[in-house]
Write a protein that binds this ligand. Structure first.
Ligand SMILES: NC(=O)c1ccc[n+]([C@@H]2O[C@H](COP(=O)([O-])OP(=O)(O)OC[C@H]3O[C@@H](n4cnc5c(N)ncnc54)[C@H](OP(=O)(O)O)[C@@H]3O)[C@@H](O)[C@H]2O)c1
Length: 256
């Protein structure tokens, strides 16, 4: 098992919404090595039990789990109640779940399109609003969510997923401003393509970023005063600045 030196951190009790995601798995390992306490939420009770055992072995001081489908807003109250009762001093919340359907499926099926918006945007804003109010009341903590570089500009090949992520980034921007007076940090995390189960069917996925490296950037952002918007790997900040400057008359002709 790889070890890394753990810098001092104020981050002690971390809630992970979407604990079975490929990126979350790496983040949780790094948090466990720092001795953090974790509250993990995901759909599969069995995978949560496996994670609880694994992360405890890796050094997590405590691992609580809760099985719920976070895309279903009606399940959020129970998740949040459990967090308030069993993990009331949480100081960091990371939203890490999401789905990326084939763009063509969202074009031919309104159900798929709406599900993509529900998972990546609607449900995300609902659960973040619950946790935000708690941190705001306590005048402490950090709220972070994984959106995507895909949200920076609408592209032919994935604009439904991209628009959900772009809307989530806008939501986080407003939430950041709302929570600033309370001293609560809000971090928008925008990864470029990363090697996870979400992308492993793609032809060029071997060239995508290593999730361990991306997780390192994310953990560093969570534990330090960091930019409000994190591009990871960092090169994507420059790539997306260039992409945003392509005139629309040219951009609409590009097939990527
Ligand atoms: N991989 C990339 O290239 C990339 C790039 C930019 C941003 N992102 C974003 O990064 C985040 C983490 O993704 P990942 O790459 O780690 O993907 P992943 O390994 O496929 O994980 C996706 C996570 O979302 C959950 N999920 C998927 N569909 C769901 C649904 N309908 N209802 C509830 N939960 C659902 C999954 O739960 P189960 O385990 O129960 O299926 C899993 O925890 C996502 O928000 C993704 O959009 C990914």
């Amino acid at each position: 098992m790889k070890t890394d030196t753990a810098p001092a951190t104020n981050m002690k009790q971390v809630v992970i919404l979407g604990a079975t995601s490929g990126m979350a798995l790496e983040i949780q390992r790094q948090l466990a090595r720092r001795g953090c306490e974790l509250f993990l939420v995901a759909r599969s009770a069995q995978r949560l039990a496996e994670l609880q055992a694994d992360l405890t072995l890796r050094g997590a001081r405590k691992v609580l789990t809760y099985s719920a489908n976070l895309a279903a807003v009606q399940q959020h109250a129970a998740v949040f109640d459990f967090a308030q009762r069993s993990f009331p001093k949480f100081d960091t919340v990371l939203l890490a779940y999401g789905s990326m359907h084939e763009q063509k499926d969202s074009e031919s099926s309104i159900d798929v399109l709406l599900e993509e918006l529900q998972v990546n945007f609607v449900s995300a804003t609902a659960i973040l609003t619950l946790f935000a109010a708690d941190l705001e009341r306590r005048h402490t903590g950090c709220l972070a969510a994984i959106t995507s570089v895909a949200g920076d500009r609408g592209r032919r090949s994935n604009y439904v997923y991209g628009s959900a992520k772009g809307a989530l980034s806008l939501f986080l921007q407003g939430l950041r401003s709302r929570l600033h007076p309370a001293g609560v940090r809000v971090i928008t995390i925008k990864p470029g393509p990363v090697q996870t189960p979400m992308t492993d069917h793609m032809a060029n996925s071997a060239r995508f970023a290593d999730p361990e490296r991306v997780a390192r950037d994310i953990v560093r952002a969570l534990e330090r005063r960091s930019p409000d918007v994190l591009y990871t790997p960092k090169v994507w900040r420059y790539v997306m600045t260039a992409v945003e400057h392509i005139p629309e008359t040219i951009f609409k002709r590009l097939s990527f």
